[in-house]
Design a protein around this ligand. Structure first.
Ligand code: OSB
Ligand code: MG
Length: 373
């Protein structure tokens, strides 16, 4: 496989509606698309790092630097037979997982296209369709939240996730539960609480939540284990899990009963597969989280969700939930909470080149003469 050119494309897409979490309000999405060009195909990867290091430590600026100075030269200097090898190749470089995942994801897509198979087939996926839920940001009032929830419930989403923060938590969850007694429902705190809030989480045990996602600090697994031992609701970890090693430790400590797998947060599809397999062996369900991706990142999320231990609905909602126009064709659509896996080669969605150009804010091309066997 010959890589002739690598393109780093900085992009900006405006969200249909601002998305509020405990760490801030997001109105638009700055992100980067990595393109790997061979003679015959282009592999696409999306970097989920944001403009500011609020969810994780990486930003669009740091990923550009790491890709250009470290990861791309490493890729071009080595003979690769299979995308799984990138995981080992990048391992000596600490963290920078979102940068690693973007380049590795583009390589996986290119690899699948060269082999003329779908990305989900290349990953060893076993499903032909996946179930999805939706993540709803913090709203101004219970009234507007109920309206949002009702809309998504009517669309058929399989599970509703509600963002919470101190001051916007129990009353909202109770209000939604009262109006929708039977829906699958969960809360995501994005690390906004401490063990001092233990009584609050005990009260949530009455609400039949599928799980509570990342209630405590982003870098903690000790306090989460204490909290999990005191409450009945399952804790799901998001921010705390960056690798297979992290997952092993959290599960051994009893810090969670469920893991939210995000490809970018764990450094790529290969690491995500490893965590998936380990969780499966331990009876820990996983589901695919989201980072408000464009269609390209969303396509990668759809492909990894085809693995069998993704047994809970993910956050991969339809393109129309986020964007006025997505940069892929066709857009991601959800029918009664189900996405049908595409079967064309690679990620299975074609980038819409005109829209890609329209939303590009900066572009860097790296020309390579490297020939892979
Ligand atoms: O914590 O899962 C999260 C969005 C941005 C950053 C972090 C999170 C989220 C979401 C939305 O919950 C997921 C999505 O719809 O893409
Ligand atoms: Mg989360």
């Amino acid at each position: 496989m010959e890589i002739n050119k690598i393109v780093l494309r900085k992009m900006n897409l405006e969200l249909k509606a601002p998305f509020q979490t405990s760490f801030g309000v997001q109105k638009d999405r700055d992100f980067m698309i990595v393109e790997l060009h061979s003679n015959n195909h282009i592999g696409y990867g999306e970097c989920v790092a944001t403009a500011k290091p609020l969810y994780g430590e990486e930003t669009v600026g740091t990923v550009e630097l790491i890709l250009e100075e470290i990861l791309i030269p490493t890729l071009l200097d080595n003979e690769i037979q299979h995308p799984d090898e990138l995981n080992e190749l990048f391992k000596p470089f600490r963290r920078n997982n979102m940068a690693k995942a973007a380049l590795e994801g583009a390589y996986w897509d290119l690899f699948a296209k060269e082999k003329n198979i779908s990305l989900h087939e290349a990953l060893g996926g076993t499903k032909s369709e996946i179930e999805v839920g939706v993540s709803i940001g913090i709203q101004e009032s219970l009234e507007s939240l109920l309206k949002e929830v009702e809309g998504y419930v009517n669309e058929g989403y399989k599970r509703i996730k509600l963002k919470i923060e101190p001051g916007n938590d129990l009353t909202l969850l109770e209000g939604v539960r009262r109006k929708f007694p039977d829906i699958e429902m969960m809360a995501d705190a994005n690390s906004a609480y401490t063990l001092d809030d233990i009584e609050l989480f005990k009260k949530m045990d009455n609400l039949n939540l599928t799980m509570i996602e990342q209630p405590l600090a982003h870098d903690d697994i000790i306090d989460h284990a204490k909290l999990q031992s005191e409450i009945n609701s399952a804790i799901c970890l998001d921010e705390s899990i960056h690798s297979l090693e992290d997952a092993k430790k959290a599960i051994e400590l009893g810090s969670c009963k469920i893991i939210n797998l995000k490809i970018g947060r764990v450094g790529g599809l290969t690491e995500a597969k490893k965590i998936h397999d380990f969780c499966e062996s331990k009876g820990i369900p996983v589901w695919c989280g989201g980072m408000l991706e464009s269609g390209i990142g969303r396509a990668h999320n759809i492909a990894i969700t085809s693995l069998p231990n993704f047994t809970l609905p993910g956050d991969t909602a339809a393109s129309s939930r986020y964007w006025n126009e997505d940069i892929i064709s066709p857009e991601v659509t959800v029918e009664k909470g189900i996405i049908t896996l595409p079967n064309s080669p690679g990620i299975g969605f074609e980038p819409n080149i005109a829209l890609m150009e329209k939303y590009t804010t900066g572009i860097k091309e790296i020309v390579s003469k490297k020939v892979f066997s």
